[in-house]
Design a binder for this molecule. Structure first.
Ligand code: OSB
Ligand code: MG
Length: 371
């Protein structure tokens, strides 16, 4: 399969409700869609980076440059026999994982479509539907949070994740627990704490949380090891895991009992699959994280979440949680806390081309002849 053409679109979509984490409030997604074409078939990938480098060092403008100046030139005109080849070809370029994953995801979709199989089937997925949780941003008051959680429970979400930070944590989680003693509940700190907060974090153990996600520094696996050794609550790593090798080291150290896999953060579907296989061997629970993706990235997330090692509900909520209108047809919908894994070729959704054009703010095209 010759990669004849690659297109990078910069796009903009407004979130229905602002999303607040310990590091920022987002009201809009400024993101990239990558298209890869061979023999008149086009695959689609999405770049998970945000406009500002507060979640990780990557950000949309940087990813756009990494793709157009460095990554795409290594792929245009290439003869790819399997999407894993993309990872190998891009390996000389250090990190830039979300930029790599955007184009690698487009090639995975293209390859699956070329084989006339679903992306889930192409990667060895085994589930027909995946359990879905909701990630709820930081709210102004405990009362407001309890209201939002209550609505999410009514909508049927399989688990509730609440974002926390040092001045919006224990009292917020206690308020939710008091109202909903049995709901599967977890907290995500997005690295808002340090080991100085040990006594404070210990109090989480009384709340019967499924896990606490990334309590300590974004680049740490050593302090997390110490924290896990004194906490009963399982630690889940998100920001700290960028590769199979990171996952192996964190597991070996005992720095976490659960791993959140985001395709972008680990550099693509091939790496995500390898981490899933390792975690299955090591009996480490895994779930699929989210980056407030449009339907294109969300479809990739549903495909990897169909792998058997994804044992816990993911942040792959339905489209309507984020957007008044999505770029895929039909949009992602949830039924009793789970979402069906698409069975059509590739990502299994049609692209709403008129909508995609409408949200595109800049397009850059690369063709074999341009080399
Ligand atoms: O840490 O998982 C995270 C959103 C923005 C930045 C970081 C994170 C999140 C989420 C949202 O939790 C997950 C989603 O609904 O896409
Ligand atoms: Mg997280």
């Amino acid at each position: 399969m010759i990669i004849e053409k690659i297109t990078v679109r910069r796009a903009s979509l407004d979130l229905i409700t602002p999303f607040t984490t310990s590091f920022s409030t987002q009201t809009n997604r400024d993101f990239l869609i990558v298209e890869a074409t061979s023999a008149n078939i086009t695959g689609y990938g999405e770049c998970g980076a945000f406009a500002y480098p507060y979640y990780s060092e990557e950000y949309t403008s940087g990813c756009e440059l990494a793709l157009t100046e460095h990554l795409i030139p290594l792929l245009i005109g290439a003869d790819i026999s399997h999407p894993d080849d993309v990872r190998d070809r891009l390996a000389p370029i250090k990190r830039n994982n979300m930029a790599k994953a955007a184009v690698e995801g487009a090639v995975w979709d293209l390859w699956a479509k070329t084989q006339d199989v679903s992306l889930s089937h192409a990667i060895g997925g085994s589930k027909h539907s995946v359990d879905v949780g909701i990630s709820i941003g930081i709210k102004d008051s405990e009362t407001e949070l309890v209201e939002v959680v209550s609505r999410a429970i009514d909508e049927g979400f399989s688990r509730i994740k609440v974002k926390i930070k040092p001045d919006a944590d224990l009292s917020f989680l206690r308020a939710v627990r008091a109202e909903f003693p049995d709901v599967p509940l977890m907290a995500d700190a997005n690295n808002a704490y340090s080991l100085h907060d040990l006594d404070h974090l210990r109090q989480l153990d009384a709340l019967d949380l499924m896990m606490i996600e990334q309590p300590l520094a974004h680049d740490d696996i050593v302090d997390h090891r110490h924290l896990q050794s004194v906490l009963r609550t399982p630690i889940c790593l998100d920001e700290s895991i960028h590769s199979l090798s990171d996952a192996r080291k964190a597991i070996e150290l005992g720095s976490c009992r659960i791993i959140n896999i985001k395709i972008g953060r680990v550099g693509g579907v091939s790496e995500a699959k390898d981490i899933e296989a390792l975690c299955r061997d090591e009996r480490i629970d895994v779930w699929c994280g989210g980056m407030l993706e449009s339907g294109i990235g969300r479809a990739h997330n549903l495909a990897i979440a169909s792998l058997p090692g994804f044992t816990l509900p993911g942040d792959t909520a339905p489209s309507a949680r984020y957007w008044s209108k999505d770029v895929i047809i039909p949009e992602v919908t949830m039924n009793r806390g789970s979402v069906p894994v698409p069975t059509g070729p590739g990502i299994g959704f049609d692209i709403d081309h008129a909508m995609l054009d409408e949200i595109t703010t800049r397009t850059q095209e690369f063709e074999v002849d341009d080399r």
